[in-house]
Write a protein that binds this ligand. Structure first.
Ligand SMILES: Cc1cc2nc3c(=O)[nH]c(=O)nc-3n(C[C@H](O)[C@H](O)[C@H](O)COP(=O)(O)O)c2cc1C
Ligand code: SF4
Length: 402
């Protein structure tokens, strides 16, 4: 690759880049308006917050509905416990994110920009606030910071709108999607902060430049968080299409033999290592195989850990994080968490195994948001990847930290 893109520039350890340094290094964006939307379409850029949705399609929908009163929300909630890439970007390159947000506002004729930052991400909040203070007055006038509560669902797009509107970060029934009717009933673009940073670079260098990075037919770069059994866990910027094996090698390689890989974080999937190493970090290619790049988390499960116990721990967390508004999500995830908890603690029993398999299908598609769907897709991947362990799990509960 021609080098880092989002993370290019001054050393990350030197903190956030100032506006003066940012402008000196990158100059001004040359594309905006319709030309920018067309470039985004040609680039094929998809969102980095979890759903990998087409950026151009969303921008076009907001542009059509806008009529001069759209709203832009830069989503820096980063509620996924294993993900740290949005925090790193907000802390070190806040002006790339702000460029993307203000370009969106200009293009979509938005009169409000909300910087929605996780309340627990203290240094990211401080860097974004400082960066906003450095921006031109016309930008500062329409922008404000809003704290995202420390809850998993607070980063979901309708929950972000709900918080801005009414101070409550719970998802609301969709449709209408925020892009149709969001803050103050205006069409609202909710875009992940990494996505906005890519937009800032495409607005300077164009779609052909964006696509000049990428392996195996994929385009651009991706921020990923590698966790678990690797020698140097952390955040990497890799070319899209890089295989998991290549990314793990960039993180120093495995620290001990691996049993399985978690691709996409808590809304992703467990994959056996023999299948997982060759998977490309490319949203479209993973989708074609029934998987999800999500927010770019890759977890390496060492053979010394128990996949069933780890899954039970994560299911308990996801059940607790339901916003308790929809029965199938609140009761269904709790029942699933209890059943897998019993298998982990007391050992396999056929009734609980049968319940897990049945409920993991029944819960899907029955919530107002995708929270239960993400949880049961994750659970089903565990039932398949750790099928042998589930079949004869001993009576123990290896309470392991995340
Ligand atoms: C339960 C849940 C939690 C989510 N949390 C986040 C989050 O913390 N940050 C984020 O950017 N997107 C999150 N999303 C995805 C958002 O709903 C939305 O798709 C995203 O912010 C849109 O931006 P993008 O298209 O640039 O990815 C979450 C989705 C769900 C269902
Ligand atoms: S599906 Fe779950 S998390 Fe989503 S709104 Fe309903 S109860 Fe809340």
């Amino acid at each position: 690759m021609s080098g880092l893109r989002l993370l290019a520039g001054p050393s990350l350890s030197s903190g956030s880049e100032t506006y003066a340094d940012h402008v000196r290094r990158l100059g001004a964006a040359t594309l905006a308006g319709r030309a920018l939307i067309e470039a985004l379409g040609r680039s094929g850029l998809t969102g980095r917050g979890g759903a990998s949705f087409s950026v151009a399609v969303k921008w076009k929908a907001v542009a059509v509905a806008s009529k001069g009163r759209a709203v832009v929300i830069a989503n820096g909630a980063e509620g996924e416990p294993q993900s740290h890439k949005d925090r790193l970007l907000m802390t070190t390159r806040p002006h790339l994110i702000l460029d993307g947000a203000f370009l969106a506002a200009r293009t979509l004729r938005a009169n409000q920009v909300v910087l929605y930052v996780g309340e627990e991400h203290g240094s990211s909040w401080a860097a974004m606030e400082r960066a906003l203070d450095e921006r031109p007055e016309a930008e500062r006038r329409i922008a404000r910071m809003v704290a995202a509560p420390h809850r998993y669902v607070a980063g979901e797009s309708s929950a972000a709108v709900h918080l801005v509107e009414a101070g409550i970060a719970t998802p609301t029934t969709t449709p209408p999607h925020p892009r149709e009717r969001g803050v103050a009933s205006a069409p609202t673009l909710v875009q992940n902060v990494e996505t906005l940073a890519h937009i800032a670079l495409i607005a300077r260098y164009g779609d052909a430049w964006y696509k000049s990075a990428g392996r195996r037919g994929a385009a651009g770069t991706i921020l990923i968080t590698i966790t678990g059994g690797v020698k140097s866990p952390g955040i990497l910027e890799v070319e899209a299409g890089t295989t998991i094996e290549e990314a793990v090698a960039m993180a120093g390689g495995v620290s001990e033999p691996a049993a399985a890989l978690l691709v996409g974080g808590y809304f992703g999937a467990w994959v056996p290592v023999d299948k997982g190493w060759a998977l490309p970090l490319d949203a479209a290619a993973l989708k074609a195989q029934g998987m999800n790049l999500g927010c770019g988390v890759i977890g390496v499960l060492p053979a010394t850990r128990c996949g069933v116990c780890d899954t039970a721990r994560i299911m308990r967390y996801l059940a607790q994080e339901s916003s308790a508004q929809c029965g199938p999500c609140f009761f269904g995830l709790r029942a699933l968490s209890d059943a897998i908890g019993r298998v982990a603690e007391r050992g396999t029993n056929r009734d609980d195994l049968a319940r897990l398999k049945r409920w993991a299908v029944e819960v899907q598609g029955r919530g107002a948001c995708k929270h239960p769907d993400g949880a049961v897709i994750f659970l089903r991947s565990a039932l398949s990847t750790f099928a042998d362990t589930f079949a004869s799990h001993p009576a123990h509960w290896r309470q392991q930290p995340a």
